[in-house]
Design a protein around this ligand. Sequence first.
Ligand code: 7GP
Length: 834
Amino acid sequence: IDAVIPLEHRNLWKKYAIGEFQTKEEFQGEFVRHVETTLARSLYNCDELAAYQAASQAIRDRLIVAWNKTQQKHTLRDPKRIYYLSLEFLMGRAMDNAMLNLNVKQLTGDGVSGFGFRLEDLIEKEPDAALGNGGLGRLAACFIDSLSTLNYPGWGYGLRYQYGIFKQKIIDGYQVEQPDYWLTFDNAWEIPRTEIAIDVMFYGYTRKFTDDEGKVHRIWEGGDLVQAVPYDFPVPGYGTENVNNLRLWSSKPNREFDFAKFNEGAYDQSVAEQQQAETISAVLYPNDNFYLGKELRLKQQYFWVAASLSDIVRRFKKSRRPWIEFSDQIAIQLNDTHPTLAVVELQRILVDREGLDWDEAWEIVTSTFGYTNHTVLPEALEKWQVDLIGNLLPRHLEIIYDINLYFLQDVEKRFPGDHDLLSRVSIIEESNPRQVRMAYLAIIGSHKVNGVAELHSELIKTTIFKDFVKIYNEDKFTNVTNGITPRRWLHQANPKLSKLIAEKLGGYDFLNNLGLLKGLEKYANDKTFHKEWLEIKRANKARLAALIKSQSGVEVDTNALFDIQVKRIHEYKRQQMNIFSVIYRYLQLKAASPEERKKFQKRVSIFGGKSAPGYYMAKTIIKLINAVGAVVNNDAEIGDLLKVVFIEDYNVSKAEIITPASDISHHISTAGTEASGTSNMKFVLNGGLIIGTVDGANIEITREIGENNIFLFGHLAEDVEDLRHSHRFGHTELNPDLQKVFDVIESGLFGDANIYSNLLNSIGNHGSDYYLVSDDFASFLNAQQQVDKAYADQDAWAQKSITAVANMGFFSSDRAINEYAENIWQIEPVPLDN
Ligand code: 7GP
């Protein structure tokens, strides 16, 4: 490349190249320039928002320089790349993260304070990039952080929703949804790439034609075109100059077909079509662990997959390598089944457009893709109606049929006469209406399938994908236990703890090598260290108490045990069981004499999380939590002994305040239902202990930190089927303590009992109690008692907490990404240039 650019140009360029900020004065100069030129404001009307925007522009400039360098280096070296396809990236805020990763937080703080601003206030001005629902989307965000930090050449591909996950208001105790228009002000953290717009087609028909050599082809034509415009989000690594890219697509009307209508004078129609095109990437579907068969969602999926693959293939073709090298150069990971159409699209590109033979193309496809499953819940598995796909993507449906045909022929050869097996594993479910089973298509189209925690990866092999284990080699199925980035979830969220750990370990290396936390173990019995440790927890609790006060007006005592459950509201996550136990505690307090009461451990029971807008049961649970809070928090007899708060609009930036403040947190899904969980890891990493079921990653956390440092309870996954069966056929009595709780709810203590009757009837009154709330209730109450007892001895508690943190190294997303890189993607880090 250098050879074609004259030396004098190169030198001139070098002379003016932008470097890193060395001093606060350099930053201040850039800050003023951005206020005056980029924002067209001045000293006299630079408010906090403008100051945030100018500061972020200044930092973003530095980020972009590093991003450019990284991309140029990758273009030059042309290493194998990983593309992570995820319909959700729950990024949260960018500025704090960028400052920490570029190591300019101190000088930025000093810089803005020179103009009378506090950096903390500016950070608060940034809206969350909330382009995800929960665990799956936040995992993707942690993963691209690790890809950058570990110098892997990796891009994320997703959608640039104009509306992220809705904002949650609590009105009269109920969840009310408000739109999250996060792009009101210019977003400094994205770079529009209008010059690389890609056409994506929908509808139309397929046509058969025979070429000169007599070969029969099918092509797809006559459809509507929509444009995909990429927006690039630089993703900085920590302790490296490497800055990877997250490319999010935005849908725009296709200019050509628009103008035609416009010319004909069909004015309003052309405008309507414009708006329709923009609808595709307008809004994130707000469901977590739940599949909804809406056409617009299918459009989103294909739009994003088609644009991403076209981009990937274009980049590959620039290298002029033969097709056979495609999977030596490219790995694509499917984050759940949402991008499964990519399997079909790549096959279509290779066969219909590039003229490869079916088998040759299929070999390339299957060695390129890997598929990660994130749930075994049946209601979350995608099954698209055959007719819906056939109408929107007629050629893709043909290809799906062919993939299925060849697959079933193969199965038939290996298991002759097993017709049951054939119908069980067919991609097409012969139901009415017929459906395409996306998970099966993803398995058949990938070379590796993984679950996200050990138990989950075992469960998918023995339940939902059992037949495929028989058909394929067992080692097609593997496990990669989830992880979290210690940069955001320790260093950024809990700067005090991060600093204390750095002091003890002699530096911040643990942020790149979380195993080094092990070095804390020798302080586990050190009483002075306990004091420092608990002091930080206290400070973090005070920070959360202030948030609670400002939001709900409730004052909480930071001496109380902070007991937290924040995550999406879902029956399987069992917030209902938690609030029932809080009611039980309240009843016990009320029944106790004033003397006895004093012996109770003070608690603040903190809940937070969104319900899917159409999820009636989850919404009822939110209402119940708020109603209990209204009664308990205003009971003068109880005072600080028990408070119940629901934190409105739980999101990433609130999680950064909530997580470090926890003494105990709840991860209490019915055994076998939570694939992994990742907030469990965040809480323990921040010195909070957990009360949990033997489910998901709780099991591996226990293995790592020791069973004395976690409060486990409840039935095991292997017992769940039998228990459910017994509910159906036996007559099972409700747990007596739970019955007492139901009785007071039914007495109207928390408002009109009718509001809760469906919730209660799903458990008691011959309800199926599918999530085993009653079966686990006694064991749950017992675990709560153990928590109270343990908390009474603060030194013993600190020892548990420190020991737990010291052993959390395994749960870094760096470890997870290294496992994917080695076992699934076969990619290597690209070393830094010096
Ligand atoms: C979640 C799982 O529920 C959670 O256990 C896991 O930690 C997380 O993925 C990351 O792997 N699943 C979803 O958020 C989800 O919507 C269905 O999965 C597609």
